[in-house]
Design a protein around this ligand. Structure first.
Ligand code: ZN
Length: 177
Protein backbone atom coordinates (compact mmCIF):
# COMPACT_ATOMS: atom_id res chain seq x y z
CA UNK A 1 0.00 0.00 0.00
CA UNK A 2 0.97 3.55 -0.34
CA UNK A 3 2.28 5.05 2.87
CA UNK A 4 -0.96 4.27 4.64
CA UNK A 5 -3.07 6.09 2.08
CA UNK A 6 -6.14 4.60 0.50
CA UNK A 7 -6.70 5.90 -3.01
CA UNK A 8 -10.12 7.44 -3.63
CA UNK A 9 -12.31 6.45 -6.56
CA UNK A 10 -10.93 8.31 -9.59
CA UNK A 11 -14.31 9.75 -10.57
CA UNK A 12 -14.49 11.42 -7.16
CA UNK A 13 -11.35 13.45 -7.80
CA UNK A 14 -11.75 17.14 -8.49
CA UNK A 15 -9.44 20.10 -8.64
CA UNK A 16 -8.82 21.77 -5.28
CA UNK A 17 -8.41 25.52 -5.28
CA UNK A 18 -6.28 27.84 -3.19
CA UNK A 19 -6.43 28.31 -0.18
CA UNK A 20 -7.12 24.58 0.35
CA UNK A 21 -4.49 23.45 2.90
CA UNK A 22 -3.75 20.26 0.92
CA UNK A 23 -1.92 22.49 -1.56
CA UNK A 24 0.54 23.50 1.17
CA UNK A 25 1.52 20.03 2.38
CA UNK A 26 4.80 18.42 1.43
CA UNK A 27 3.61 15.37 -0.50
CA UNK A 28 4.75 11.88 0.46
CA UNK A 29 6.84 9.67 -1.79
CA UNK A 30 5.00 6.85 -3.53
CA UNK A 31 6.44 3.60 -2.24
CA UNK A 32 4.06 1.11 -3.82
CA UNK A 33 2.53 1.04 -7.28
CA UNK A 34 -0.94 -0.53 -7.14
CA UNK A 35 -3.01 -0.76 -10.34
CA UNK A 36 -5.39 1.90 -8.95
CA UNK A 37 -2.61 4.46 -9.32
CA UNK A 38 -3.01 4.38 -13.10
CA UNK A 39 -6.74 5.13 -12.85
CA UNK A 40 -5.92 8.11 -10.64
CA UNK A 41 -3.31 9.39 -13.10
CA UNK A 42 -5.69 8.94 -16.07
CA UNK A 43 -8.39 10.87 -14.23
CA UNK A 44 -5.89 13.63 -13.48
CA UNK A 45 -5.02 13.86 -17.20
CA UNK A 46 -8.74 14.09 -17.97
CA UNK A 47 -9.25 16.91 -15.43
CA UNK A 48 -6.14 18.69 -16.77
CA UNK A 49 -7.45 18.55 -20.36
CA UNK A 50 -10.95 19.62 -19.37
CA UNK A 51 -9.49 22.77 -17.81
CA UNK A 52 -7.06 23.27 -20.70
CA UNK A 53 -4.06 22.89 -18.46
CA UNK A 54 -0.65 21.50 -19.35
CA UNK A 55 0.09 19.90 -15.99
CA UNK A 56 -1.59 18.77 -12.79
CA UNK A 57 -0.04 17.58 -9.54
CA UNK A 58 -1.65 15.08 -7.16
CA UNK A 59 -2.05 17.62 -4.29
CA UNK A 60 -4.26 19.60 -6.68
CA UNK A 61 -6.76 16.74 -6.62
CA UNK A 62 -6.44 16.40 -2.86
CA UNK A 63 -3.84 13.61 -2.85
CA UNK A 64 -0.69 14.41 -0.97
CA UNK A 65 1.56 12.06 -2.93
CA UNK A 66 4.54 12.77 -5.19
CA UNK A 67 2.92 12.32 -8.58
CA UNK A 68 2.16 14.71 -11.40
CA UNK A 69 0.87 14.46 -14.94
CA UNK A 70 1.59 16.77 -17.84
CA UNK A 71 1.29 17.24 -21.54
CA UNK A 72 2.61 20.39 -23.19
CA UNK A 73 1.46 19.80 -26.78
CA UNK A 74 -1.95 18.17 -26.37
CA UNK A 75 -0.99 14.96 -28.19
CA UNK A 76 -2.22 12.14 -25.94
CA UNK A 77 0.74 10.03 -27.06
CA UNK A 78 2.94 12.37 -25.08
CA UNK A 79 0.99 12.24 -21.82
CA UNK A 80 3.62 12.06 -19.13
CA UNK A 81 3.05 10.56 -15.68
CA UNK A 82 5.86 11.30 -13.22
CA UNK A 83 6.10 9.69 -9.81
CA UNK A 84 8.68 10.70 -7.19
CA UNK A 85 10.33 13.09 -9.66
CA UNK A 86 13.70 14.66 -8.97
CA UNK A 87 15.84 16.96 -11.04
CA UNK A 88 19.24 15.81 -12.21
CA UNK A 89 19.95 19.00 -14.14
CA UNK A 90 18.44 22.47 -14.19
CA UNK A 91 20.12 24.98 -16.48
CA UNK A 92 19.47 28.40 -17.94
CA UNK A 93 16.86 30.87 -16.77
CA UNK A 94 13.90 32.61 -18.29
CA UNK A 95 11.05 34.67 -16.85
CA UNK A 96 7.54 33.97 -18.11
CA UNK A 97 4.00 34.27 -16.86
CA UNK A 98 2.52 31.14 -15.33
CA UNK A 99 -0.99 30.20 -14.36
CA UNK A 100 -2.22 27.34 -12.18
CA UNK A 101 -5.43 25.30 -12.24
CA UNK A 102 -5.67 25.77 -8.45
CA UNK A 103 -5.43 29.57 -8.89
CA UNK A 104 -7.93 30.56 -11.59
CA UNK A 105 -7.34 34.02 -13.11
CA UNK A 106 -3.98 34.40 -11.34
CA UNK A 107 -0.83 34.97 -13.39
CA UNK A 108 2.64 35.32 -11.94
CA UNK A 109 5.95 36.04 -13.63
CA UNK A 110 8.18 33.09 -12.77
CA UNK A 111 11.86 32.61 -13.31
CA UNK A 112 12.55 29.02 -14.31
CA UNK A 113 15.38 26.95 -15.70
CA UNK A 114 15.06 26.49 -19.45
CA UNK A 115 16.60 23.04 -19.59
CA UNK A 116 15.81 20.18 -17.25
CA UNK A 117 16.75 16.57 -16.85
CA UNK A 118 14.41 14.74 -14.53
CA UNK A 119 14.37 11.27 -13.10
CA UNK A 120 11.07 9.74 -12.02
CA UNK A 121 9.21 6.49 -11.59
CA UNK A 122 6.56 5.35 -14.03
CA UNK A 123 3.33 3.60 -13.05
CA UNK A 124 5.09 0.28 -12.67
CA UNK A 125 7.74 1.78 -10.41
CA UNK A 126 10.47 1.73 -13.03
CA UNK A 127 12.87 4.66 -13.10
CA UNK A 128 13.01 6.71 -16.28
CA UNK A 129 14.82 9.85 -17.29
CA UNK A 130 13.30 12.69 -19.29
CA UNK A 131 14.96 15.73 -20.81
CA UNK A 132 13.01 18.86 -21.60
CA UNK A 133 13.42 22.46 -22.70
CA UNK A 134 11.28 25.58 -22.58
CA UNK A 135 7.66 24.90 -21.69
CA UNK A 136 8.21 21.24 -20.75
CA UNK A 137 11.02 22.17 -18.34
CA UNK A 138 8.86 24.97 -16.95
CA UNK A 139 5.86 22.71 -16.35
CA UNK A 140 8.00 20.08 -14.59
CA UNK A 141 9.35 22.75 -12.25
CA UNK A 142 5.87 24.14 -11.59
CA UNK A 143 4.44 20.68 -10.84
CA UNK A 144 7.43 19.70 -8.69
CA UNK A 145 6.83 22.85 -6.64
CA UNK A 146 3.30 21.59 -5.96
CA UNK A 147 4.76 18.40 -4.47
CA UNK A 148 6.64 20.56 -1.97
CA UNK A 149 3.61 22.68 -1.14
CA UNK A 150 4.81 25.68 -3.14
CA UNK A 151 2.56 27.84 -5.31
CA UNK A 152 3.27 30.56 -7.85
CA UNK A 153 1.78 33.17 -5.48
CA UNK A 154 4.78 32.60 -3.17
CA UNK A 155 6.94 34.46 -5.67
CA UNK A 156 4.91 37.53 -6.45
CA UNK A 157 6.53 40.86 -7.19
CA UNK A 158 4.77 44.05 -6.12
CA UNK A 159 3.37 44.28 -9.66
CA UNK A 160 2.07 40.71 -9.51
CA UNK A 161 0.45 41.40 -6.16
CA UNK A 162 -1.48 44.34 -7.50
CA UNK A 163 -2.51 42.51 -10.68
CA UNK A 164 -3.71 39.45 -8.76
CA UNK A 165 -5.22 41.09 -5.69
CA UNK A 166 -8.80 40.78 -6.87
CA UNK A 167 -8.55 37.18 -8.06
CA UNK A 168 -6.90 36.10 -4.79
CA UNK A 169 -9.47 37.91 -2.70
CA UNK A 170 -12.23 36.17 -4.65
CA UNK A 171 -10.63 32.75 -4.07
CA UNK A 172 -10.51 33.38 -0.34
CA UNK A 173 -14.15 34.49 -0.33
CA UNK A 174 -15.24 31.42 -2.29
CA UNK A 175 -13.38 28.93 -0.07
CA UNK A 176 -14.79 26.56 0.96
CA UNK A 177 -17.08 26.66 -2.06
ZN1 ZN B 1 -0.22 24.64 -10.48
Amino acid sequence: MMVGMKLPKPEKLRIHLHPDPVLRKVAKPVSDFPAELEAVARRMLELMRREEGVGLAAPQVGLSIRLFVCNVDGDAKRDLICINPRFITLEGAEEKEEGCLSLPSVKVLMRRATHAVMEAHDLSGRTFRAEGDGLAARVWQHESDHLDGRLIIDNMSATDEIANRRALKQLKTDYPA
